[in-house]
Every structure is written in C-alpha cells, then in structure tokens.
Design a protein around this ligand. Structure first.
Ligand code: HEC
Length: 206
C-alpha cells in the first residue's frame, strides 16, 4: 500500500515538474511573458470629427471672429494695454507707441519717432487684421526681441474685440469677409490633417 502511494506521489510530482518545464519552454518559444506592444502607442483621436471648429489649437479665422466682435468689449480689453499705450489721435507715446490709426500702418515705423526694437523694425510690411491677431497672441513669438513685454491675449475673442476697437480709432479699414464654415477646401484640409499627423507619429514611435 505504501509502495503504491509512493508510486502515485512520484508520478504526480513528475507530472508537475513536466508541466512547469513545458510552460517555461513554451513561454520561451511564444514569448508569453512579454507584452506585445503595438507600433504606435495610444490610439488616434480624430480631431476633425470630434472637435469641429474652436478649441485652443485652432481658433476661428480672424475674419469670422471680427464679424462677431464688439468694439465696446475691445475698449475694455484695451485697459490691459493702457499702461504702455495711448490710442487717441495726437496722444503721446508712452512705454509703447501711440496706436492711433495703427491698423493698416507700417509695422514698427513712424508713430512720432517711437524707438522701435530692431526685431519689430525688421518685420517690414503693414499691420493687417491677421498680423495683429498673430502679434497679440504672442508678441515675443511674432518678433523675437520685441520691446513689448506683454505676454499676449490668449482669448481669440479678446483679440478680435481689441483689434476691432483699434480699427475704429483712425483706421476704419473694411473688415475681411468671413470664411464660410465647412467650405469644401477647409473640410478636406481638416480631414487630411489627423491622417498626416498619425503617419508622422509612426516613425517617431519606433
Ligand atoms: C508693458 C507695456 C506694453 C503693453 C502692456 C502693451 N504693449 Fe504694445 N507695445 C509696447 C512696446 C514697447 C511696443 C514697441 C515694440 C517694439 O518696438 O518691439 C509695442 C508695440 C505695439 C504695436 C505695434 C505698433 C507699430 O506701430 O508697429 C501694437 C499694435 C501694440 N503694441 C498693441 C498693443 C495692444 C493691443 C496691447 C494690449 C492688448 C498692448 N500693445 C500692450 C508695449 C506694450
């Protein structure tokens, strides 16, 4: 009886060892212990489908924002500029230049002999609505080395409002026509963008 028990115990033990060995072996062959990583981690988010327009990365075009803008609100935004700027005709330059009729005027020039930075002087061209929008988003990014030590207006609506206000102060340029929402070229471009981003990301992840 004892001998029979030992035999059974022995075979059971042997079976256990065999199973352990096999699982370790098959683990080696099939790399079951390793997680299988996809080429690209995470999953793609189709910003075009999910977001529509808006969102901080892609504000509405300035023309569309200007169409909805409010010069009165712009005057309130201009309170942030008043520490350095005057805007009335003939008013003195301060830390920054007087801004009467600045929309459509030469960038970094004139303004009663204001001493502009080389960075802004080097820009050339004239202030249009789009350039002012870019400038007021982040002056340092627009003209690296500018003397305008102002962080920028992060709100796209605030920028449109203050630009409309500036335009009402001596410039009065006609506003650009708003771009139709979901026009064919725009829709194609935003549809293509996430794909392009995904294929760009793939090599970087390897
Ligand atoms: C801390 C002071 C300061 C503040 C605040 C400030 N600016 Fe300026 N701004 C300047 C200076 C200085 C310059 C000249 C920049 C240069 O020469 O690089 C300038 C230049 C400009 C110009 C270009 C003028 C030209 O003729 O080319 C515009 C437009 C302008 N500012 C608009 C604004 C608006 C709008 C605001 C508020 C939202 C604002 N700034 C806030 C100091 C300031």
């Amino acid at each position: 009886m004892n001998g029979r028990f030992n035999t059974i115990a022995g075979w059971t033990l042997f079976g256990g060892i065999l199973a352990l060995g096999l699982s370790s072996l098959s683990g080696h062959f099939f790399q079951a212990d390793k997680q299988i990583k996809p080429d690209v981690m995470g999953y793609a988010v189709d910003a075009g489908a999910a977001g529509g327009s808006g969102g901080p990365a892609a504000p509405e075009p300035i023309a569309n924002r200007l169409a909805k803008a409010d010069a009165g609100k712009g005057e309130a935004v201009f309170a942030k500029c008043k520490a350095c700027h005057t805007v009335d005709q003939g008013a003195a330059n301060g830390i920054g230049p007087n801004l009467w009729a600045v929309v459509g005027d030469a960038i970094g020039a004139g303004r009663g002999g204001f001493a502009f930075s080389d960075a802004l002087k080097a820009k050339g061209g004239k202030w249009d609505f789009a350039l002012l929008d870019e400038w007021l988003t982040n002056p340092k990014k627009f003209a690296d080395g500018t003397k305008m030590t102002f962080a920028g207006l992060s709100s796209p609506e605030d920028r449109a409002n203050v630009i409309l206000y500036l335009n009402s102060k001596g410039s009065n340029l006609p506003l650009p026509a708003p771009e139709a929402a979901g026009a064919a070229p725009d829709a194609a471009a935003s549809g293509a963008a996430p794909d392009a981003a995904a294929s760009d990301a793939a090599p970087a992840a390897k």
